[in-house]
Design a binder for this molecule. Structure first.
Ligand SMILES: [Zn+2]
Ligand SMILES: [Zn+2]
Length: 182
């Protein structure tokens, strides 16, 4: 059973308290049945900002709902406070603070949910160096830029999982007609 939209607003309030000190901007949360290839989306241009979630996706993966909502809330928070969109350094810092390690990226063509292929970004938080990996590394690795010569625990690489089946929130300045594709 999917939570109702009222339940979602309550969940929003709970997450807001827990991770944003109550300072996440108000968002309207709606299900959008038309979403088939993306789990969630935020529209910055709406007042209040609009978070849409895919009922199809969360019927199948109910456990992912809270994390997806939190992901979109981080977008809302970044945008409200810094006019910051996308998955840049500030977004990822907040993501980590919230205990999440997946970055949901839109990497070109979105694939159907059931084919979702995962890849990993290894990122040095010290210098911003990033490498892409197909597999999750089996052992800890450190930044090859911060210490070229050997493994150095001072510069660990954080592992982020890329989930390709997620639309990202860049609908600001996009004509309304362009939004209908979800
Ligand atoms: Zn580094
Ligand atoms: Zn995102």
């Amino acid at each position: 059973m999917l939570p109702t939209e009222t339940d979602l607003q309550l969940l929003f309030a709970r997450l807001n308290c827990r991770f944003f000190n109550g300072e996440a901007p108000d968002c309207r949360i709606r299900y959008n049945e038309r979403f088939s290839n993306s789990a969630g989306r935020i529209t910055y241009g709406a007042h209040p900002m609009l978070i849409e979630l895919s009922p199809k996706h969360f019927r199948k993966y109910p456990d992912a709902l809270e994390e997806t909502l939190l992901h979109e809330m981080i977008h809302a928070w970044c945008y409200a406070n810094f006019r910051d969109t996308g998955h840049g350094a500030r977004f990822r810092r907040k993501l980590r603070e919230c205990g999440l390690t997946s970055i949901h990226h839109e990497l070109g063509n979105v694939r159907p949910l059931n084919e979702s292929s995962k890849r990993y970004i290894l990122r040095c938080e010290q210098c911003g160096f990033e490498v892409l990996r197909r597999k999750r590394p089996g052992r800890p690795s450190s930044c090859a830029r911060c210490n070229k010569r050997r493994f150095d625990a001072r510069y660990p690489l954080t592992i982020y999982e890329i989930v390709e089946t997620k639309a990202v929130g860049t609908t600001i300045d996009v004509p309304r007609a362009a939004l209908s594709g979800a």
